[in-house]
Design a binder for this molecule. Structure first.
Ligand code: GLN
Length: 487
């Protein structure tokens, strides 16, 4: 059995041997390196520790492992838009090639305080902009379930690393779905917490009012354990809230009998793939057979949510990315003669096409003649999306729907028309716009391609959401990585 397949498996190895930590670390490293090899590499990582630490009375220099802590000795991967002092933080962009942050993100520091060992940094769509991890300046990540297909995005490297069994858990970030969506496409669990639950300090900003740090893991319980370690107030993030972290020991595969589960009709429209629909219907059958009350609900703003997201996110991105000018931040183009050329060439050469598209779009919707018609209108819609969800969540315990309209798509198939790519976020953006927690759990597959079911609960209800998620996980009994023999 792969000792990296769960936190419990890691802990078993760690406690069974004096040199368990060194063994676990080198196993993780060997598996991570293997993902970078071969004709069609998975390419989950952008940087890795160069050596596994040796174990002694004191961990070797550079090792973050300390005795004790709920993640003591556990290798964890971190998306490469989350700052770390031990590795570069490139955001998948040429703009930040080789950049090493002078500080680590609060979430990373908390992982390390809980004893975790950061194995490496994972690939992503440039600055988190994308749904497939094909928009990385360092090449695409492939889906471990089928290497001709995308792992989803933008946290595709983190999802692939977990699904392929190199680490039991990884940090990702979600602005519109980048934790749940790749989790669904790779057949693992993706947890996006309530906005303000996990500090964004050290998460490189894409769209600040929508950005969240989230967790990818192989089980709901493991995701909840990592969330507990990284959650909590941080005075360095002005939007961080004073709430106790949700407790993983309160997550139990709760009784589903009597729970009311709202099923939004809008998530089952024409764009839903037939295979995904069939897997969802089978899951709903299982839920109602064990006594859950399946209640049809309506979220009329679903279609508008995507349009609203693709105005607000680029608007904020255009402002956040203005700092990469080759002077204060970012790579400076060599051999420039004028200031104008310095800005133009540094940004022109540093950013990829998708990032440029967002900057142009964002600048457009914020420009004086367009501001009211696009940006202000999108803010009003955002309010409506949140109101719709809160109204429904006043009537049911959780909303349950597909995470994505389709399973993993072939590499390259949605690169020609950007709006095809954007539609992969149809079902995930609402939870980001509303700031509520959401969770994707693997519920089956379509011809071997994993399918995720998504739960959404009210703000700060992660414990309840994870308990329902754990119950669904147990009910469905589906473990795609194991089903594929990844271990
Ligand atoms: N796919 C969405 C986008 O391209 C969401 C990305 C994210 O959550 N970081 O903006």
């Amino acid at each position: 059995m792969n000792p990296l397949s769960s936190l419990a498996a890691c802990q078993k190895l760690l406690s069974s041997r004096a040199d368990g930590f060194a063994e676990l670390a080198s196993e993780a490293l060997a598996r991570a390196v293997a993902l970078e090899r071969g004709e069609q590499p998975i390419h989950a990582f952008l940087s890795l520790r160069d050596t596994a630490p040796c174990v002694g009375p004191e961990p070797s220099p550079g090792a973050s492992w300390r005795a004790g802590g709920c993640l003591a000795g556990v290798p964890i991967a971190v998306k490469d838009n989350i700052c770390t002092t031990d590795f570069p933080t490139t955001c998948g962009s040429r703009m930040l090639q080789g950049y090493v942050s002078p500080y680590s993100a609060t979430a990373v520091r908390r992982l390390e305080a809980a004893g975790a060992w950061i194995l490496g940094k994972t690939n992503l769509d440039e600055f988190g902009m994308g749904s497939s991890t094909e928009h990385s300046a360092y090449g695409p990540t492939r889906n471990p379930a089928d290497r001709s297909r995308v792992p989803g995005g933008s946290s595709g490297g983190s999802a692939a690393a977990v699904a392929a069994g190199a680490v039991p858990a990884a940090l990702g970030s979600s602005t519109g779905g980048s934790v749940r969506q790749p989790a669904a496409l790779c057949g693992i669990v993706g947890l996006k917490p309530t906005y303000g639950r996990v500090s964004r300090y050290g998460l490189v900003a894409f769209a600040s009012s929508l950005d969240h740090i989230g967790v990818l893991a192989r089980s709901v319980r493991d995701a909840a354990t990592v969330l507990e370690a990284i959650a909590g107030f941080d005075r360095r993030d002005a939007t961080s809230q004073r709430r106790d972290p949700p407790r993983a020991d309160r997550v139990s595969a709760a009784e589903l009998a009597g729970r009311s589960i709202g099923i939004p009709g809008e998530y089952f429209g024409d764009e839903l793939d037939d295979g995904v629909r069939a897997v969802m219907e089978r899951t709903l059958g299982l839920l109602s057979r064990c006594g859950a009350r399946i209640t049809p609900v309506s979220l009329p703003s679903t279609e508008l949510a995507l349009a609203c997201y693709y105005v607000i996110a680029p608007a904020e991105a255009s402002s956040n990315l203005a700092r990469y000018d080759g002077v204060r931040f970012g790579r400076r183009a060599p051999g420039v003669a004028t200031l104008r050329e310095l800005y133009g060439r540094s940004r022109g050469e540093g950013f990829g096409d998708e990032v440029k598209r967002r900057i142009v779009l964002g600048t457009h919707v914020l420009s004086a003649p367009r501001y009211e018609a696009f940006y202000v209108r999108a803010l009003q819609l955002r309010r409506r999306v949140g109101d719709d969800i809160r109204r429904v969540l006043g009537e049911v315990d959780a909303i349950f729907a597909p995470t994505t309209p389709s399973p993993a798509f072939p590499l390259g198939s949605r690169c020609a028309a950007p709006t095809d790519m954007y539609r992969a976020d149809l079902y995930t953006v609402a939870a980001n716009l509303a700031g509520i927690p959401a969770l994707s759990v693997p519920i089956g597959d379509v011809d071997g391609l994993p399918v995720g079911g998504q739960l959404m609960c009210g703000a700060w209800e992660e414990e309840k959401m994870c308990s329902i998620g754990a119950a669904i996980e147990r009910l469905v009994g589906y473990d795609p990585p194991r089903a594929r023999g990844v271990g």
